[in-house]
Design a protein around this ligand. Sequence first.
Ligand code: ZN
Length: 190
Amino acid sequence: MRKWISFFLLSGALLSGCTGDQRSPLDTSIYNQSNDKIGTASLTEKPDGVEVALKVEGLEPGVHAVHIHEFPKCEAPEFKSAGNHFNPKSKDHGLMNTDGAHAGDMQNVQADASGMVDVKLMLSEAKLKEGQMSLLRKEGTSIVITNGQDDGMTQPAGDSGDRIACGKITLDADEDEASDPTEPDKKQEK
Ligand SMILES: [Zn+2]
């Protein structure tokens, strides 16, 4: 018992020591077309880009595409509100395209026989810090999973099928549901 107590005290001290930068790691919840939470993505700033640790369940077994999209809006069931792929450099789509790729393009992921995905992906051009390549620029971005796989070439989205899950990448991603109507809207435009 005593061991556990000191463990918690220690981890508490470590956590409070890290609150200086709230942008990394950044956790977001991922929702399916019925608005049920099916997993999370944890984004971490690294020297060579942003690492995306994706943990999702309830997908159809098989290969799916994952992309970062340009708007932090996940309106089910079609998630068109998320816009196009995150593409601040105005390139073509596709990791296999010589005129590509979008900064939001990532490798496909494989859902196992039980529909689970647990992988780490890399966004080599993205940042979490301020700037043109930041996933948090303006209001933020989103991460979207599709039912098909990205062929790495076809415009504009790799022929990857319907959008089936979405998670908002913002500094207050998890606060929306619990927002307090008595509190002034901090995001209000002038
Ligand atoms: Zn793309």
